[in-house]
Ligand binder design. Structure first.
Ligand code: ZN
Length: 323
């Protein structure tokens, strides 16, 4: 790892350790008291309908703990600069990338609308130098203590990895196409694909067709179903073009792995009305358009070294004369 000012990794480690215990924020004050509108937005975003978070006796969802300490665009008064100094030291040593790795929270008392939150944050620990798949760097853990009326309401521990990105080596050979995840809910679909049939689930309660496969009907709740075989006719309902990063396993087989270019991922509306995600083939990626008529076909992907044998997948070919 390259380092600044001729500082070797060991000396860097010593300097980083000196940050342990230094405050990152002192006597921070929440910008707003705990309040019902923010609780409502959170519950809507999370899809959490628990009655405890509504009404005159509402409490805030415990996982909102950090929300009440957020500084918004302008940040907080109480920041000490120690955290920025630590990150700057790591940047200068070549650890220019960052990833949040995990968060732990502990709740000591519920927060209720009207509670005014104060907080302190400390750089709790800096790990030794670690090598991960992402690269080599240091885990930095901060702990925030959140209080109401001086009483500890909860702690929020947040860990990042600040690292020098590992250099990527191109694969020696084209990687095999990733296998679909087959489980008991969708096994019937993949059994159909193996026989080159596109099977759509049909609720026997209300007759609605559904895809992807599910254990029950979203419309009527019925758990019984049978299948209908799709004609294979469809149109491009929507699509995206994947540009980056190149993913050789999903590109056309005649392209070399290192020349993997963009590829189109289509959302196909089948003639029966359900939609399915797959590759659109037969035209270059930049000729795929919404509304293009397509027809299902089955491709076999050989994968040397795979024990399961060739993999069959449905793809959608643009109908001749279109595109
Ligand atoms: Zn139904």
């Amino acid at each position: 790892m390259s380092t600044v000012d001729g500082v070797g990794p060991d000396e860097l480690g010593v300097r980083l350790k000196e940050f342990e215990g230094r405050p990152a924020a002192v006597a921070g004050v929440g910008k707003d008291p705990v309040n019902a509108p923010m609780i409502r937005h959170w519950c809507e975003a999370m899809g959490d309908t628990a009655p405890a978070y509504r009404g005159p006796r509402a409490v805030a969802p415990p996982t909102m703990l950090q929300v009440w300490t957020m500084g918004g665009l302008r940040g907080h008064e109480g920041r000490t600069g120690a955290y920025d100094e630590l990150l700057g030291l790591l940047d200068g040593s070549g650890c220019t990338s960052v990833v949040a790795t995990d968060c732990e929270q502990e709740y000591l008392r519920p927060l209720r609308p009207g509670d005014e939150v104060t907080f302190d944050a400390v750089i709790e620990s800096v790990s030794g130098r670690k090598t991960t798949k992402l690269g080599t760097g240091y885990f930095v853990t901060t702990r925030m203590d959140v209080r109401v009326d001086g009483e500890l309401a909860g702690t929020h521990r947040f860990r990042i990895l600040k690292y020098a990105p590992a250099r990527r080596t191109p694969p020696a050979r084209r990687p095999g196409r990733p296998r679909p995840v087959v489980n008991r809910d969708n096994a019937g679909f993949w059994e159909g694909v193996a026989e080159h049939r596109l099977l759509i689930q049909r609720c026997t309660g209300c007759g609605i067709l559904r895809h992807p496969w599910l254990p029950g009907c979203n419309a009527c709740g019925c758990l019984d179903w049978d299948t209908v075989e799709a004609s294979g006719e469809g149109t491009v309902y929507s699509y995206v073009v994947m540009h980056h990063p190149p993913f050789p396993a999903f590109t056309e087989s005649d392209q070399a792995a290192d020349a993997a270019g963009p590829y189109a991922v289509g959302l196909i509306e089948l003639a029966e009305g359900v939609r399915m995600v797959s590759n659109v083939v037969g035209v270059p990626y930049d000729k795929v358009r919404i509304g293009l008529p397509v027809r299902a076909e089955f491709r076999s992907y050989e994968d040397e070294g795979a024990e399961q044998g060739a993999l069959a997948l449905p793809v959608f070919r643009v109908v001749e004369g279109e595109g």
